[in-house]
Design a protein around this ligand. Structure first.
Ligand SMILES: NC(=O)c1ccc[n+]([C@@H]2O[C@H](COP(=O)([O-])OP(=O)(O)OC[C@H]3O[C@@H](n4cnc5c(N)ncnc54)[C@H](OP(=O)(O)O)[C@@H]3O)[C@@H](O)[C@H]2O)c1
Length: 347
């Protein structure tokens, strides 16, 4: 059976966002412009446009050192973030998630500069109108939207760029001390209802067109979410040393359809402009999840905008998580010459 996401039609997928736009936002009053990020280092992937750009601006404004991991618009996007935030604690680093070597070099540069990340926002994703092959032979959406995040999180943890919080029994019953670092996966509620992970086509390249591309977008989010929960299981076996949470920002008026054929792009951009949220507004629940004490020391939580929610039940299945982990590692062993530098998390 071929894996299928919730949608195969891009217009239907976009219109589904309209309902979200008008839905009640349970935790919205917990969001505050006053929450500060002074002294924190925040890494945001895909920070050149849309949600990622808005997040970089917001964290810089709140006092964080913002590291924008990007494959384009260097240094213009960083200069714009500096101007908009009024902060010069903004830096851009090159990261192309469709190139495994680039992920290794990116992490090496962070290690070289002795950077420790407090908040890591895995935001970058791509939607393509059809299949496209990466230099390592995979489908680009599979690599960028899923597998690259496996490599990146593994290397950040392995190299202590993200440092799991050590257990300190003397702080057991006190609120003293730092909270664990936070990893936030930017997902999409469209993952709900995608089919189970299909291992026959896992990582295999084949040609497809626009409807399979739309379907794959939501299916790869299901795969990503399943990985995030498995990562949390492995890194937090009996207490939370790294918070690993997920969020769908809801419909965002971003550049996500920039590669669509022009007529479709015009139609989608029309819908986006009229009813979707601005990236700055869509960034709010992400900032809330990243900075609020409500999510300190939590793991495996999911927000759909400001609404706490369960993800698709398949995401929480430990057997599915274990199998996904093993198959991802087998594939990476084959395709990534840097595989030997990975961390082996016990299951
Ligand atoms: N827009 C929505 O309605 C919506 C809804 C739910 C969830 N989301 C999620 O929100 C997140 C942000 O998307 P967005 O809507 O803000 O879209 P966007 O404006 O297209 O931003 C996507 C970012 O990802 C980067 N990116 C793409 N391929 C990359 C690669 N190979 N290496 C490094 N960076 C790469 C892009 O960089 P370039 O500028 O170089 O292309 C861009 O900075 C995504 O995870 C998306 O799935 C969006």
């Amino acid at each position: 059976m071929m894996a299928e996401g919730r949608f195969t039609n891009p217009v239907v997928a976009s219109l589904a966002g309209i309902r979200d736009f008008f839905s009640k936002q349970q935790l919205e009053d917990r969001y505050t412009e006053q929450a500060r990020a002074d002294g924190m280092t925040v890494l945001i992937t895909g920070a050149t446009s849309g949600l990622g750009f808005a997040l970089a601006t917001e964290f810089a404004k709140r006092g964080a050192r913002a590291i924008m991991a990007c494959r384009s618009r260097i240094p213009e996007a960083g200069e714009q973030v500096k101007e908009l935030s009024g902060s010069d604690r903004v830096e851009m680093r090159f990261l192309d998630l469709s190139d495994l070597g680039s992920i290794h070099r990116f992490v090496e540069s962070l290690v070289h500069d002795k950077i420790t990340i407090d908040i890591c926002i895995l935001n970058a994703a791509t939607t393509l109108p059809k299949s496209r092959k990466t230099p390592s032979g995979q489908d680009e959406m599979f690599l960028v939207n899923y597998l690259a995040n496996v490599v990146l999180t593994n290397l950040l943890l392995q190299n202590s760029v993200i440092r799991p919080q050590k257990h300190d029994p003397s702080h057991e019953n006190s609120s003293v001390g730092k909270t664990p670092p936070r990893i936030i996966f930017i997902s999409s509620d469209s993952h709900q209802g995608a089919t189970s992970i299909d291992y026959d086509e896992f990582g295999r390249y084949f040609d497809y067109g626009v409807s399979k591309a739309i379907s794959n977008y939501s299916y790869f989010k299901l795969v990503l979410n399943t990985y995030a929960i498995e990562l949390s299981r492995r890194i937090n076996p009996d207490r939370v040393s790294v918070s690993i949470n997920l969020i769908c920002p809801g419909p965002v008026n971003s550049n996500i359809v920039k590669e669509a054929p022009w007529l479709l792009r015009m139609i989608l951009k029309g819908i986006f402009t009229i009813v979707f949220k601005s990236p700055a507004k869509a960034a709010r629940p992400v900032v809330y999840m990243a900075l609020s004490p409500d999510y300190a020391g939590t793991t495996g939580e999911y927000l759909h905008m400001f609404n706490p929610k369960k993800m698709d039940p398949k995401v929480y299945d430990p057997e599915a998580g274990k199998k996904l982990w093993e198959r991802s590692m087998e594939l990476l062993k084959e395709i990534d010459p840097g595989y030997k530098t990975y961390h082996e998390f016990p299951d």
